[in-house]
Design a protein around this ligand. Structure first.
Ligand code: ADP
Length: 515
């Protein structure tokens, strides 16, 4: 601050130099008497342009019409001080958002001499506030729209549960699927939708705890409608957290899959019927086929040297055809029986592949095959069938090896929280991409397999086994570029997944085992 003669002069100079606030002295009529640098910076007027002018000129027409300047002056006169926020006009005609304090000013003897007006330009703050308000309004309206949308959804029951599983919100879909109106169900525990057995076994508590623990839980099963009828529900529970990460409730989305379930059940019944038929037919065919085989070998043995050469050939053809028929009948029987054995265990696929490779050690060493096995997961399944699955796949990779290169097989796996995928890649003769699907159908052999023995049933067995484990199997290949078989198994909640990718062992001519 510059040196000044007296306290008063000092004060005046201070006011003069304030830039962030417009400090204006008005006389009793509201005419400008004093004008500081802040007032110039805010409005654009220099002191000489504005002194003597009435402060009404800073008001926008709308405020003038409403008599706002007079109201402010009167209020300051009456109450000593008045605050205002609103638009004001600059010299260049532009407006700014002003926060204004007008204070009644008195002379030395206490007589009223005018007003002090302190104005702060809040345009930026106001803009930010407006933006915030607009954003909030937008958010609110999108939340409202979202709420409406959820309410309107008809194909899914969308519920909000509190942290203990009591229904807080209920949409139209829920009403349509389960039959209760919101009034009837809000406040009730969601276990009301479970069957008696489900409630007794504590399934609702189990599933909500799983969602609390894991953040999400998926469930499928029969549920009970208001009228007591059952529907097949696919349900996803998702935990809702507060900012501290505490679970405050759950969303529960239910899809009614009754029709799909019933169609599946009908299909399953039809398949079972077909399998039973195949089983019975192949079983009954076995003995006549064996008989043909036996009789033709008898003719060959007892009368072979008495028969003319072309007749002997025919008998040999009957014999080999009967043998092949026997193999086919056996294959159909095996296929029909797949699924009869029901025992389910945690099966370590490392052990399964290890066993298969031990059995095939003779073949792998004969053709100098290099088999690389990375660490495989443990899955829930039937050990015998899983063994048959890997045996078929590895045998195929060896059987359909390219004669011009050393057979190489690589078995690896990948997993996420819902499933694991086992990949079996070879560098054999490959499969034309157009045939990658049909090779999983019974008796389908490709032209590339003609010179190799086979019945065309191995992959059909594989597909059935994988299907029995609720999994998927598919092939990817380029003709002549080797082929890759993918097998996907779902993980269920109870499964322990032992999956690490790093354990690699590779040896030539040896059975390879993961430790
Ligand atoms: P099979 O081997 O007895 O013919 P599969 O059902 O095991 O019967 O296989 C069906 C067909 O798929 C085979 O005939 C062959 O053409 C093709 N195939 C299967 N695995 C492979 C493979 N790893 N590489 C190339 N072709 C394959």
């Amino acid at each position: 601050m510059s040196e000044c003669q007296s306290n008063e002069a000092c004060f005046e100079s201070m006011i003069e130099s304030v830039l962030d606030y417009a400090i204006i002295l008005l006389d009793l009529e509201g005419n400008v008497r004093h004008w500081n640098r802040g007032a110039q910076a805010t409005t654009g007027y220099k002191a000489e342009e504005i002194i003597g002018q009435n402060f009404r000129r800073f008001f926008v027409p709308k405020d003038l019409e409403q008599g706002i300047p007079e109201y402010l002056i009167n209020a300051a006169l009456r109450d000593g001080r008045v605050f205002d926020e609103g638009q004001r006009i600059r010299k260049d005609g532009s407006t700014f958002w002003a926060h204004v304090t007008i204070t009644a000013t008195h002379g030395k003897d206490g007589e009223m001499i005018g007003y002090t007006e302190v104005t702060r330009d809040l345009t930026h703050a106001k803009l930010a506030e407006d933006q915030l308000l607009a954003k909030t309004a937008e958010l609110e309206s999108s939340q409202v729209r979202f709420k409406h949308m959820v309410e309107e959804v008809q194909d899914y029951a969308i519920l909000l549960l509190d942290e203990n599983g009591y229904v807080e919100h209920w949409n139209r879909g829920a009403e349509k699927i389960k039959g209760y109106t919101a009034d009837e169900i809000v406040g009730k525990h969601f276990r009301i939708f479970y069957t008696e057995d489900g409630i007794k076994s504590g399934h609702p508590e189990y599933i909500i705890n799983a969602a609390r623990r894991e953040g999400r839980a998926v469930d499928e099963g029969w549920r009970v409608n208001k009228d007591g009828s059952l529907f097949w529900a696919h349900v996803v529970f998702t935990a809702i957290h507060d900012q501290q990460g505490k679970v405050t409730g759950f969303s529960k989305v239910t899809h009614d899959l009754t029709e799909t379930k019933r169609a599946e059940e009908t299909l399953r019944a039809k398949n079972l019927e077909l399998e039973n038929f195949a089983f019975a037919a192949s079983h009954d065919l076995k003995s006549p086929v064996r008989n043909i085989s036996f009789l033709s070998s008898m003719i060959h043995e007892d009368f072979g040297d008495q028969l003319p050469a072309d007749c002997r050939d025919l008998v040999e053809q009957i014999s080999s055809t009967a043998q092949r028929m026997d193999q086919l009948v056996n294959a159909i029987l095996v296929h029909a029986r797949l699924g009869i054995e029901q025992s389910i265990d945690q099966v370590d696929l490392n052990d399964v592949v290890n066993d298969v490779l031990e059995d095939l050690a003779g073949i792998t060493s004969n053709c100098d095959a290099v088999v690389q096995v990375l660490s495989l997961p443990t899955v829930r399944g039937n050990a015998t069938y899983l063994r048959l699955l890997f045996q078929n796949l590895i045998e195929n990779s060896l059987k359909y090896a390219d004669d011009d290169r050393t057979p190489r097989i690589r078995i690896s796996s990948d997993a996420n929280e819902s499933h694991c995928t086992i990949t079996l890649a070879d560098n054999g003769i490959g499969i034309p991409p157009a045939h990658c699907e049909r090779i999983f159908t019974m008796f389908q052999r490709l032209s590339n397999s003609k010179a190799r023995d086979g019945l065309g049933v191995g992959l059909a067995h594989c597909a059935k086994i994988v299907h029995l484990h609720s999994g998927k199997i598919w092939a990817e290949s380029e003709d002549g570029q080797g082929s890759t078989m993918f097998i996907q198994f779902p993980f269920s909640d109870q499964e322990t997944v032992n999956h690490s990718n790093v354990n690699i062992k590779e040896k030539n001519n040896e059975t390879l085992v993961n430790v």
